[in-house]
Design a protein around this ligand. Structure first.
Ligand code: PHE
Length: 339
């Protein structure tokens, strides 16, 4: 019996030593110490022994159980430590590796330049106003002194929604909308999208952007108009920029003018961009027509004003040397990421 117990102990300790993971340790425990385990069987069979042998064998069997148990615990801890060390090694992070940079979005060149233009006018005391892109015929034409059947309507290639509603062809309707709700002094710019049913090519898009300007107060003159726009041109295109005003006609201003700036690309020398003229036309302007002031409920005997409307897309293209307006609307990331 003693030999048998010795054998069980030796075999069990051997197995424990060889065990690799806690799973097989559990198997070993069941095999020797479980309900049907080898050691348990011996203790159960003690009834068959002679009475004087029983305490001796019992003590011995208990010793063996203790040895096996403590060896199991010891090996269990060892395995736990190995597993932990392995995990720590596998899951370690190299904090010296360079991080992954998230790619940053950029502002569209139209937005960047609009922000710059807005800053310049805010600096001269202007406020920013907005108006609807879906507009009434009344505001887009009628109240701007362009009655039905007026030839100027032809030049605007209007998208009509119905007889009275259209997509605004310019930002000028916001002149009337502002005058209706605000008493002079008025000093606003109105940036926004406008629509004309032009065929698409390098210089025409059915959707483009204008920035309207309106100043109404006592004693406003053409000199104020020229001064403000000259300051603006030098601020956006650079201090060397020259401006010139050419007579023009708009139904809603009198007198009217168009303003050219010296070509940014060739400094007025003449190049491909300015068709060798040295000048680029960027806006229409003029003194607000007395009839338009009246449509805005402002007394033309008391107040005068000037207005202008500039093409944002053209200005953006001048600044960046872009020769095709379509690039501004295709949202090709290879194009946009250059700015
Ligand atoms: N609305 C005119 C256009 O679209 C520009 C303009 C605005 C001219 C204000 C004079 C005064 O061409």
């Amino acid at each position: 019996m003693r030999e048998k117990l010795d054998l069980i102990q030796k075999e069990a300790l051997d197995n424990i030593e060889k065990a690799g993971e806690s799973n097989s340790l559990e198997e070993i425990r069941v095999k020797y110490l479980g309900k049907k385990g080898q050691l348990t069987q011996i203790l159960r069979g003690m009834g068959k022994l002679a009475p004087e042998e029983r305490p001796v064998v019992g003590q011995l069997a208990n010793q063996v159980r203790q040895v096996i148990e403590s060896k199991l615990t010891e090996k269990g801890r060892e395995i736990e430590e190995i597993v932990l060390a392995k995990r720590l090694k596998e899951e370690s992070i190299d904090v010296t590796l360079p991080g992954k940079k998230p790619s940053l979005g950029k502002l569209h060149p139209l937005t960047t330049v609009l922000n710059q233009i807005t800053e310049i006018f805010l600096g001269m005391g202007f406020d920013v106003a907005e108006g609807p892109e879906i507009e009434l015929d009344y505001y887009n034409f009628e109240a701007l002194n362009i009655p039905k059947n007026h030839p100027a309507r032809d030049t605007q290639d209007t998208f009509y929604i119905n007889e009275n509603i259209l997509l605004r062809t310019h930002t000028s309707p916001t002149q009337i909308r502002t005058m209706e709700v605000q008493e002079p002094p008025i000093k606003i710019i109105v940036p926004g999208r406008v629509y004309r049913s032009d065929a698409v090519d390098a210089t025409h898009s059915p959707i483009f952007h204008q920035i309207e300007g309106l100043v109404v107060d006592k004693n406003i003159t053409m000199g104020d108009l020229k001064g403000v726009l000259d300051v603006f041109a030098k601020a956006i295109f650079g201090p060397k920029t020259r401006t010139r005003f050419r007579p023009h006609h708009f139904p809603f201003t009198e007198p009217s003018a168009e303003m050219d700036v010296s070509c940014v690309t060739c400094d007025g020398q003449g190049c491909r961009i300015c068709s060798n003229t040295g000048w680029i036309e960027i806006l229409g302007a003029g003194m607000v027509h007395p009839k338009v002031l009246e449509y805005g409920n402002i007394d033309p005997n008391e107040y005068t004003g000037f207005a202008f409307g500039m093409g944002l897309d053209r200005i953006v293209n001048q600044i960046y040397g872009i020769d095709d307006i379509r690039l501004l609307y295709e949202n090709d990331i290879r194009f946009l990421s250059q700015f």
